[in-house]
Ligand binder design. Sequence first.
Ligand code: GCW
Length: 672
Amino acid sequence: AEDGYDLWLRYRPVPAEVRGVLQARARAIVAATPTTPVLQAAVAELQRGVQGMTGKAPALSTRLVPGALVLATPAQALAGLDVPWADLGREGWLLRSQKLQGRDVTVIAANSDAGLLYGSFAWLRAVQTGANLARLDQRSVPKVGLRLLNHWDNLDRHVERGYAGASLWDWWKLPDILDARYTDYARANASLGINGTVLNNVNSKADSLTAPYLAKAAALAGVFRPYGIKVYLSARFSAPRELGGLKTSDPLDPAVRAWWKAKADEIYKTIPDFGGFLVKANSEGQPGPQDYGRNHADGANMLAEALAPHGGVVMWRAFVYAPEAKDRAAQAFDEFQPLDGKFAPNVIVQVKNGAIDFQPREPFHPLFGAMPKTPLALELQITKEYLGFATHLVHLGPLFEEVLQADTHRGGTVARVVDGSLHGHKLTAVAGVANIGTDRNWSGSQFDQANWYAFGRMAWDPDLKAAAVAREWAAQTFTNKAASRDAIVDLMLASREAVVDYMTPLGLHHLMDTGHHYGPGPWVNDLERADWNPTYFHRAARDGIGFDRTRTGSNAVAQYAPALARLWSDPRTTPPELLLWFHHLPWDHAMPSGRTLWAELIARYDAGVASVDDMGRRWAGLRADIDPERHAEVTAYLAVQAREARWWRDACIAYFQSVSGLPLPAGTRPPA
Ligand code: GCW
């Protein structure tokens, strides 16, 4: 039965006519000997894939037979091979069907074994998406160096904001027992080019840095290493006090610095290729350098100094806000921008895509482009904390594309900031908060797998189009029949705007109910911190709705480049989808559609519901082409979403009406 465990690496038997072609193109695998663990992983994956699709695995061969898959590096380049090695970088690959020494072969070429592994997965992707195997000519080089998952996994296996079961990491059984699932996790990530994983939650326990846990992390690192994946840890800033018995964790205290240096040495003795630390400091109650009157750079640089001799990096998060701030959206910029140029070379500041918190839609974070002397990592959330958890079908590819392609008006897009090309940085990273757990289907729903997939592919190449990535995923995961595949893609692409419309249209944000963030709660107004209340964000009152972030309000808009700040300061030149993010406007404000703001708001909520209904209809029409198990499961989830989209719409409109005092516009509702 199909339960989704195999993700997009399904390798199901292909139709007879395809089988012959495939067999003829995978008669044997020619690779270097002696082989390395990474190369072995590549060969094993090719064998597994071809075995699954044709019923017969190609053998390893030292002879160049016709129909061979040739894995080539500069050290193992056969005569006649003409590969532009210099253009492939350290991890890039080339895929080409060609004649070599008179034989028809397929060349997979790279400068490293990791590149060969990525190239092997690329060939399997080409096969599964129906590429013409006789005419392959592709190459790809990652634009971003560190492509990382961030697990918000606690040591007790609870996953913060996780909706796919418990943490995969079975800390009690590690390091001795290595669940086979760890290998499948690594395969899936390697197939996308993900090359690092932060094992534990940013709200971290110091325990994760103790010797027993380092041994467990080392065991995981051992499983992941053949797949080109490094292990990282979230570090608790107060560890010197909590673990080391020191009186302080002040980053400028020599004893504290010495403690971290010794800890780093210990870690690298256990995990020689350890990636580095991810740190959440002075944010939502976490300890940090400000506890001692120091700043973020002081804290980050202390850790960087400890890791530098080993080649490790510090990813220092910019997600900070305090109740005193006049506008929560403005605080990260205010704290971090003045520190530009103050960070050590192995520090990268990790910035969420938007300034509030992983909402259905936010403008890009104003720090992107505004810290030219500091490498900035983009943090995306794959798990759907604010987007209906695992039951709502919301495909995030369009959201990722929107932020990556946003023009900072400071010389380039967010993608150009993040890939380092705009400001000439070599240290580059994209991080995604994982949506992975012990559920059979890994991600809590069949379609949430696509968010993991899209994250990985777009971290490798931030310029990939969401539509193209969704097409790949749908072909591999569900069906390669063009019409059905495209219907799935349409549904996925429409789903993002649908959730914006039925939850938070027109730039509204953070209307979700408290704590869990599931379902509507625009009326909530009694939390201990004002900046947690939905009323703080929407500011709906008799006079109008929206957060004034222009000069007459918080002026957070001034954090953007002047050209953009000018546009977004005027409601007439602010795109409707960001309108209430930047402006507080009267209910009768005239919208470009000709409707009043009040009528437009209602129309958007209705459009969101209609779009979810449409997704349900499209999915129903696909029944003949999808296995019954997964078809039924998605159908059931879509029914939940259809019901809850109405819940969102009706609750929000009812609440806003109670504030505006306005009648529902004529014709928007059936007569009573
Ligand atoms: O939005 C908040 C989440 C927290 C999370 C925090 C963060 C890990 O609700 O659960 O904590 O963001 O990103 O640090």
